[in-house]
Design a protein around this ligand. Structure first.
Ligand SMILES: NC(=O)c1ccc[n+]([C@@H]2O[C@H](COP(=O)([O-])OP(=O)(O)OC[C@H]3O[C@@H](n4cnc5c(N)ncnc54)[C@H](O)[C@@H]3O)[C@@H](O)[C@H]2O)c1
Length: 251
């Protein structure tokens, strides 16, 4: 049974990568807590299904977030339709090729991973910030990764792109610190989702073996933490990367 709360009542939250995994779990959580949620994803079929699963508080738009024009258009449409944007959670992400050493990294794959993980997160933040500045209120959460803090061997493109996301979070946190806008990141270790299912077993074992709790994180734990970070009450923390690693990174 879902217990309804209202901490996001009257708010509009935009979630990317919302057709699957973390994005879908976070969308459901914010909707249950009273937000009207806007789900964005490339995968149109899965996106429609996700939106109906989230319920009446959800609308969705198919969009390729690596295309800056598409991002600008969809955010302008959301702004016109809803009149405000309070929350952005950037969940869309890809791992690219993994379980390979740096000498075997393919340039096109490296660029592709940066385009989705870093550039798309930047395009989204840039598009929503004017709305948040106008409101003098906003919460941006970039989903980074433990790979961006520590560097996972075999995952150069992914780790470096997530380190870039953490760097962007620090910059944006400072830039908007005198407004009502906070910008934070969340760095999970392994959460069982389609992204992890698609990775080589050896690479997943490398990552899970490092978790002191000896288990993966759950989608419920991610959604709970994300909702806390973007809630109105979390107002005095910005530019920070929250940990979600079962004890792997204690800093
Ligand atoms: N699952 C984990 O263990 C884990 C750990 C650390 C960080 N993360 C991060 O969390 C985020 C979500 O991961 P997940 O495990 O839920 O993955 P997922 O593969 O289940 O979902 C990612 C979603 O992003 C969408 N997407 C990809 N490229 C896109 C694009 N160009 N435009 C629009 N949508 C696009 C996909 O269609 C998919 O629905 C990612 O940024 C990932 O790096 C995940």
């Amino acid at each position: 049974m879902r217990i309804l709360t209202t901490q996001f009542a009257g708010q509009v939250a935009v979630i990317t990568g919302a057709a699957s995994g973390l994005g879908l779990a976070i969308s459901s959580k914010l909707a249950v807590e009273g937000a009207r949620v806007v789900l964005l994803d490339l995968n149109e079929g899965a996106l429609q299904k996700a939106a109906s699963e989230v319920g009446a508080n959800a609308v969705c738009f198919p969009v390729d977030l690596t295309n800056e024009e598409q991002v600008a258009n969809v955010i302008s449409q959301v702004g016109k339709e809803f009149g405000r944007i309070d929350v952005l959670v950037n969940c869309a992400g890809v791992t690219g090729k993994t379980n390979i050493k740096s000498q075997d990294v393919d340039t096109a794959d490296l660029r592709f991973v940066f385009d989705v993980n870093f550039m798309a997160s930047f395009f989204m933040a840039r598009a929503v910030l004017p709305w948040m500045v106008k409101q003098n209120y906003g919460r941006i959460l970039h989903i980074a990764s433990i790979a961006g803090k520590e560097g996972n061997a075999g995952m150069l493109a992914y780790s470096a792109s997530k380190a870039a996301v953490i760097g962007m979070t620090k910059v944006q946190g400072k830039e908007y610190a005198e407004t009502g806008i906070t910008v934070n990141a969340l760095a999970p270790a392994v959460i069982q989702t389609p992204m992890v299912d698609a990775m080589p077993a050896e690479q997943v074992k490398y990552m899970t073996d490092k978790i002191p709790m000896k288990r993966c994180g759950t989608l419920e734990e991610i959604a709970h933490m994300a909702a806390f970070i973007v809630s109105p009450g979390t107002g005095f923390t910005t530019g920070f990367t929250f940990d979600m690693t079962g004890g792997r990174a204690t800093y």
